[in-house]
Ligand binder design. Structure first.
Ligand code: RM4
Ligand code: MN
Length: 388
């Protein structure tokens, strides 16, 4: 039997972190379609993120990306967030958008470029000191396009050296989160292509170095829930970058392409104790809303994560274990599918009503007039974008 009160308690305690860049303009390398009302600075991004929290109640943290979100005074940005009921979260470093990084950042063959990249990473830690952020998330676009272009092995040495220097610089409460990606922008080798590479570096670094699983960064057909189960078991799952993909790193709304996969991932989180706050997993979104409106896109994303979480919590684990022990293949699978096939929307609507929220966040936001207001107010200035 499933304890519905316990399910609700986990759902109430859930915290989903929003990416600041989801609120800015974005697109593909073919075209960025600007949208009206898009934030012109990090303060406006924080304001938009606060709307997502206002209607969902479970998204009180906004992740920054530096230098996209560079401001004069980070404490002031933190206060602006607090005034709106949200807080600043993970600091994402960006060593992939400077001409100097054509052949890599921390793995570049030129020591002067490596130094420049490392200085940026240190600057990000300084920002964390000011914002009170716990996590530094590192994603490196570093890699090569042609066999023989550079030494695969020497690049690993350079990477290890840079990571050690950053790890050393962290305060005891801060963590280094290392993200991996199979390909793109490099097409032959990536220096951190997969979870195994990230995991191995994190193991060498120490306790506070953990892996980030970006759901869009795998080869098609990869069993992501296996990776999640494995990393959780050994205490090395630091964060998710949730999004969904049909083909490559599509950065579409999480749960849009494959809600069943999202459920399977979150079920492994559940059985691995990952919903306990002490486990310290950052449940982040990493998405772009290229053609859909951004704030509703984020609200929908948060709701999709909530729905998959609720279904994962509805799995009758006692019945599952019993079927597993008995070698009842179809029975065990049936228990899992029963939970997945449950319509959890009424449960979530009830939960929201109990917390004083509108049961339908999408409709409540649409009614609020906020979208019309920012379109009217945000005239002039330069809209935020990812600068690609
Ligand atoms: C990368 C990676 C990072 C994100 C950037 C915008 O592909 O997923 O997490 O910060 O994109
Ligand atoms: Mn990511």
């Amino acid at each position: 039997m499933v304890d519905h009160e316990a399910v609700k308690e986990v759902l109430r305690a859930q915290r989903i972190e929003l990416p600041s860049w989801a609120f800015g303009n974005s697109g593909t390398r073919f075209k960025v379609f600007a949208q009206r009302g898009v934030p012109r600075d990090p303060f406006e991004k924080v304001a938009d993120a606060a709307q997502v929290h206002k209607y969902t109640g479970v998204a009180p943290v906004i992740a920054l990306h530096i230098p996209w979100d560079a401001v004069e005074d980070y404490r002031e940005l933190g206060r602006a967030a607090a005034d709106r009921g949200v807080e600043l979260g993970t600091v994402n470093a960006n060593v992939f958008q400077d001409d100097d990084y054509k052949l890599g950042s921390v793995t570049n063959p030129d020591p002067a470029v490596r130094r420049k990249a490392l200085d940026h990473l240190f600057e990000c830690v300084d920002i964390m000191d000011a914002t009170g952020s716990r996590d530094l998330k590192l994603w490196f676009s570093d890699g090569t396009n042609y066999p023989g272009q550079d030494s695969i092995r020497a690049r690993q040495d350079r990477l290890a050296e840079a990571l050690a220097a950053v790890y050393e610089r962290l305060a005891p409460h801060q963590r280094l989160i290392l993200e991996y990606k199979l390909f793109e922008p490099a097409f032959y080798t990536m220096d951190v292509p997969d979870w195994g590479t990230s995991f191995a570096h994190c193991l060498t670094l120490g306790e506070r170095a953990k892996v980030c699983v970006d759901t869009g960064h795998h080869a098609p057909g990869t069993n992501i829930e296996f990776i999640v189960a494995f990393l959780l078991r050994v205490g090395k799952l630091g964060a998710f970058d949730f999004n969904s993909r049909f083909y490559a790193d599509d950065d579409l709304i999480v749960g849009a392409a494959d809600p069943f996969q999202l459920f399977r991932i979150l079920f492994e989180v559940r059985v691995g104790g990952g919903f306990d706050a002490e486990t310290g997993i950052a449940f982040m979104l990493d998405q772009c809303h290229n053609i859909e409106p951004k704030i509703p896109g984020q609200i929908r994303s948060v709701m999709n994560v909530q729905e998959a979480t609720a279904k994962s919590l509805l799995v009758d684990t006692a019945a599952l274990e019993e079927a597993q022990r008995a070698g009842d293949v179809l029975g065990a699978n049936g228990v899992l599918m029963d939970a997945y096939n449950t319509d959890v929307r009424p449960l979530l609507a009830e939960l929201r009503a109990e917390s004083g929220l509108d049961p339908d966040p999408m409709a409540a936001y649409a009614r609020s007039g906020y979208a019309e207001r920012i379109i009217a107010e945000r005239v002039g200035g330069k809209q935020a974008g990812w600068g690609a």
